[in-house]
Design a binder for this molecule. Structure first.
Ligand code: HEC
Ligand code: HEC
Ligand code: HEC
Ligand code: HEC
Ligand code: HEC
Length: 216
């Protein structure tokens, strides 16, 4: 791992130093745990309190991601919609259906639906949605084809090496801004190479590999 810790002696934020200690103890406590997929959370697919389907809403009905995740271009945080967004339609569609009972109740009482958060980084990692989304990094790169799932599942590891793989050479991943929300877009390797290199140059992309970019 020495190549990803080139300047280990830099003024590391305390949280990182703590993280390093955790790793050292995890390594002695059990290498197995550390390298199992559970650690990386790939495949994590909890049952949600309402059987909401991205396949129905995003793909079959063609609703744009931003209709529900409307913070994603503006802030670090990608919000999950409130039940009033659902009720824009479901006060008409399936308005007495049992599957939507909790949604109606939530809209009436103002108590949020207790969705289980699936993708989650440790507290010592800083992440920002808008910097990625506005620089041509599609949701699909980190969330896979969630638009075809009836139940959201984590499919990318979201580990440090996952992040760095792209930060080292974003040209392999960037696309036009208008295509960021099109999770089904297919780009040939040749076109990706050509366009991606242009985007990096024209947009002055500099995806930092400094520890302090992600550990502040
Ligand atoms: C009609 C509203 C709606 C639309 C449209 C929608 N989503 Fe969602 N999304 C939700 C809700 C509600 C949840 C939380 C419940 C769940 O996980 O299924 C969610 C959860 C997610 C999650 C998992 C969040 C976590 O907990 O880690 C991701 C990733 C996601 N959406 C991405 C997308 C993308 C990408 C699109 C566009 C292709 C999209 N969504 C379109 C409503 C929507
Ligand atoms: C733009 C309109 C629209 C919005 C917004 C919307 N839905 Fe729907 N939803 C629909 C339609 C249309 C159907 C399909 C109805 C049918 O089965 O014919 C549906 C179906 C459903 C179903 C039944 C799925 C099944 O398996 O049969 C659930 C549950 C549901 N929506 C939950 C939600 C939740 C939760 C939200 C908010 C996060 C939401 N919807 C937002 C239009 C919408
Ligand atoms: C570069 C990687 C990356 C991209 C691109 C990305 N996300 Fe995420 N997303 C993450 C990470 C990492 C988390 C967990 C963040 C945390 O722990 O706070 C996350 C969390 C989420 C959540 C859950 C938020 C919550 O608190 O429940 C939603 C919803 C979401 N993303 C939607 C989207 C949508 C929609 C897009 C595309 C417009 C998108 N993401 C693009 C990496 C990404
Ligand atoms: C598919 C490519 C890709 C992936 C995967 C990715 N990033 Fe990025 N990241 C970028 C690009 C492109 C930028 C924007 C650089 C710019 O603005 O010039 C960026 C910028 C950032 C910034 C802003 C840095 C600054 O200088 O302010 C942070 C923080 C960041 N990424 C964290 C993460 C984390 C944490 C992960 C993993 C969970 C991750 N990224 C995964 C491509 C990616
Ligand atoms: C692009 C974002 C990014 C950059 C740059 C980055 N890290 Fe990380 N780092 C992460 C993420 C994401 C995790 C969480 C990994 C996980 O949950 O598996 C992490 C975890 C860690 C951990 C905890 C142990 C582990 O591997 O899980 C240490 C220690 C660490 N980073 C040190 C560093 C150092 C030192 C640097 C600079 C050489 C650095 N990081 C640069 C994203 C980054």
């Amino acid at each position: 791992m020495s190549d990803i810790f080139p300047r280990w002696t830099n003024r590391l934020p305390l949280k990182v130093a703590i993280g390093a200690l955790l790793v050292a103890s995890a390594a002695t406590a059990g290498i197995n745990y550390y390298f199992t997929p559970k650690y990386a959370n790939i495949g994590y697919q909890p049952h949600q309190p309402v059987a909401f389907s991205h396949n129905i809403h995003a793909t079959q009905l063609g609703i744009d991601c931003r209709y529900c995740h409307n913070g994603v271009e503006k802030s670090w945080y990608s919000n999950v919609p409130t039940s009033s967004t659902c009720m824009n339609c479901h006060n008409q569609v399936l308005k007495d259906d049992d599957k939507l009972a909790l949604v109606r109740e939530s809209a009436a009482t103002g108590q949020p639906i207790p969705w289980i958060q699936i993708h989650k980084l440790p507290d010592y990692v800083y992440f920002n949605h808008s910097v990625h989304v506005n620089r041509g990094v599609s949701c699909v790169k980190c969330h896979g084809q969630v638009n075809h799932l009836d139940e959201v599942k984590q499919v990318k590891s979201l580990t440090m090496s996952f992040c760095l793989e792209c930060h080292r050479d974003p040209s392999k991943h960037l696309r036009e801004n208008k295509d960021v929300f099109n999770l089904d877009l297919v780009i040939s390797p040749e076109e990706q190479e050509k366009k991606g290199t242009e985007f990096v140059k024209n947009w002055h992309v500099n995806a930092s590999q400094n520890c302090s970019a992600c550990h502040r």
